[in-house]
Design a protein. Structure first.
Length: 313
């Protein structure tokens, strides 16, 4: 196309001998002629491209004008992949499972550093294995995987072990176990790493004040995540699941409670500060249901009322 266009330009304006010496200016140099021709060639090329692409860039034709309003009024929230909490609808069925007790939990020690998440020490304890078998049987009695299902566990050792047990009990092919590498990591508790398990109550006390409060940091690589940080992770996970699957059953297996309680709070529209009202026991299974919002617990400041301030006895 470029050679043809150049030929047309060079022959469309042949030199006029009558004016050969009439101009006081010297004739065009070869460089100026080349620049002029290249400019025209580019313009022609762009024009050709615009003509060729017009059918692809044109607005869609509405054959029946009476349906035009329906075409432009499609709710954006119903588009696949635009996942928001709480969702308008879910395209899949979801079961939430907390893995059974880990070896660290059996010792009463907090362990949330992702560096050790695939360690054997992060696997299920003997008690945890029994809890997970019960969870797998609960899923079977609930008919979770009757028509097959997808199992999404964290790659944390205890969660993946739990997924394998669930698959074996429910007759699910191992190819339907999809490991999640980061969005389902146990919530990083920062400076609480290595402390007694009972001290997690201090973290939950902060959570009840604000979902943005982080545990104190530490320099060993353990993240210090707020409830909001966890919420971002699980929302990203749900966005993937809702985009990747349609009308399927997905079993989400988490190594800890916080991932699941924050996720369920987001799905049912519960205030994130109250996520601990939805805490999961080791080996607990829940089907996502909008009716699972717990009864609101009045805080102490609202229960106690001073009728004659400042004299309150």
């Amino acid at each position: 196309m470029l050679a043809t266009t150049t030929f047309a330009v060079s022959n469309s304006n042949p030199p006029n001998p009558a004016h050969k010496n009439s101009s006081p200016h010297p004739p065009f140099s070869s460089n100026s002629r080349q620049a002029h021709i290249v400019s025209l060639n580019r313009r022609g090329l762009l024009a050709s491209l615009s003509i060729a692409l017009t059918p692809f860039l044109a607005s869609p034709q509405i054959e029946n004008p009476t349906h035009y309003a329906d075409f432009i009024s499609l709710p954006v929230s119903e588009a696949r992949g635009l996942f928001q909490m709480p969702p308008v609808r879910l395209t899949n069925r979801y079961f939430l499972v907390r893995a059974g007790e880990s070896e660290y939990e059996s010792l009463g020690i907090i362990n949330t550093n992702p560096v050790a998440k695939t360690s054997v020490d992060n696997g299920l304890s003997e008690k945890g294995k029994k809890q997970t078998v019960r969870a797998a049987l609960d899923l079977k009695s609930m008919g979770a995987c009757e028509g097959n299902c997808w199992i999404w566990p964290s790659i944390t050792q205890r969660a993946y072990q739990a997924a394998e047990i669930i698959a074996a009990v429910n007759g699910v092919n191992r190819s339907h176990i999809v490991p999640e590498y980061s969005f389902l990591d146990a919530r990083g508790l920062g400076a609480y790493e290595g402390k007694k398990l009972d001290s997690i109550s201090e973290v939950y006390a902060s959570d009840s004040l604000s979902p943005n409060i982080k545990p104190p940091p530490i320099d060993d690589g353990t993240p210090n995540e707020s409830v909001q940080d966890v919420f971002v992770r699980v929302t990203q996970l749900m966005s993937i699941l809702e985009t990747q699957y349609s009308e399927d059953t997905v079993v989400i297996v988490s190594p800890d409670s916080d991932n699941l309680s924050v996720l369920q709070a987001g799905l049912v529209g519960l205030e994130l500060r109250r996520h601990t009202d939805l805490a999961f026991r080791p080996g607990e299974v829940r089907f996502i249901d909008a009716s699972s919002i717990p009864t609101y617990k009045q805080p102490a400041s609202a229960v106690y009322k001073c009728l004659n301030p400042p004299n309150c006895n």
